[in-house]
Design a protein around this ligand. Structure first.
Ligand SMILES: [Zn+2]
Length: 271
């Protein structure tokens, strides 16, 4: 029974992963995610259903379009596998089952799409971030009122509102003053909306911890790029990707991380 459930979760992860890959490639180009059906970008050959199975199709087509034999980008199966892995972790760490399912569909899936679009195109599409803020309110309210039963709907909603503002306002101010001082965009409004989404889902304290995680990991990545790829210091970094990934990491291990962080901090103050 347990194994069967694991199998279903991985299947859900692969199907969501297939959707994530499609959305992450199409949305930044302003294309619809419904029409046209998946097709080869070289010869426009429309994929038959057996050519559109997550991960498997890539292998039995040997990474080539069945018509024109042009290579299929390896990014699709990689996104599908990575998504299935993250959705499986969601299942392990976000229980009970209905709560897992809501988080997998309404939080982790949009966050993974945003991670990829910001990474690849430096775009965080409004069609994801704006409904995402609404989903975050719904998830936080369901968590507090229904799953954990530790607050009323009104207080859960106000926590979300404070969390959203706590995420959005500092990033908005940084974006605003960066443009005023440097005369070019350093942080986009997409990052501001993404921070509102994360803040509404987790609350303000958690939001700042996620911001800290994202900045530290982003800074490490930036320095690594400067060393390995000889990037210039002002090459734009996909902060949104780091924010989105940090919020997923926080969803799984946030309580433990906060406990550890606050514990070390307290010890440091007392010594
Ligand atoms: Zn083709």
């Amino acid at each position: 029974m347990e194994i069967l459930l694991d199998f279903y979760v991985i299947l859900i992860g692969l199907v969501l992963g297939s959707f994530i890959a499609l959305a992450a490639v199409r949305l930044p180009q302003g294309k619809s995610i419904i029409k046209p059906r998946s097709h080869c970008p070289h010869c426009q050959h429309q994929l038959r259903s057996y050519e559109n199975i997550p991960v498997l199709s890539y292998f039995f087509l040997a990474g080539k379009c069945s018509q024109c034999k042009n290579p299929i980008s390896l990014i699709y199966p990689l996104i599908e596998l990575f998504s299935a892995f993250v959705i499986f972790l969601t299942y392990l760490y976000v229980q009970p089952l209905p709560r897992f399912f809501l988080y997998a569909c309404l939080f982790v899936t949009p966050m993974l799409i945003l991670t990829i679009t910001d990474w690849k195109y430096l775009i965080l599409p409004n069609v994801i971030t704006l409904p995402g803020i609404l989903f975050a309110f719904i998830l936080h309210a369901l968590d507090q009122v229904y799953f954990f039963q530790n607050s009323s709907l009104i207080s859960a909603m106000s926590e979300s509102l404070i969390g959203a503002l706590a995420g959005a306002i500092p990033l908005f101010l940084i974006a605003y003053f960066y443009i005023r001082v440097r005369g070019k965009e350093g942080l986009g409004m997409g990052d501001v909306k993404l921070a509102a989404m994360i803040g509404a889902c987790f609350g303000w304290k958690e939001m700042y911890f996620i911001l800290l995680l994202a900045s530290v990991s982003g800074a490490f990545y930036g320095v690594a790029l400067m060393i390995v790829k000889k990037n210039r210091r002002d090459t734009p970094l996909p902060l949104g990707s780091f924010l989105a990934l940090s919020s997923i990491v926080f969803l799984f291990w946030g309580d433990k991380m906060l406990e550890f962080y606050l514990g070390t901090f307290r010890e440091f103050l007392l010594n």
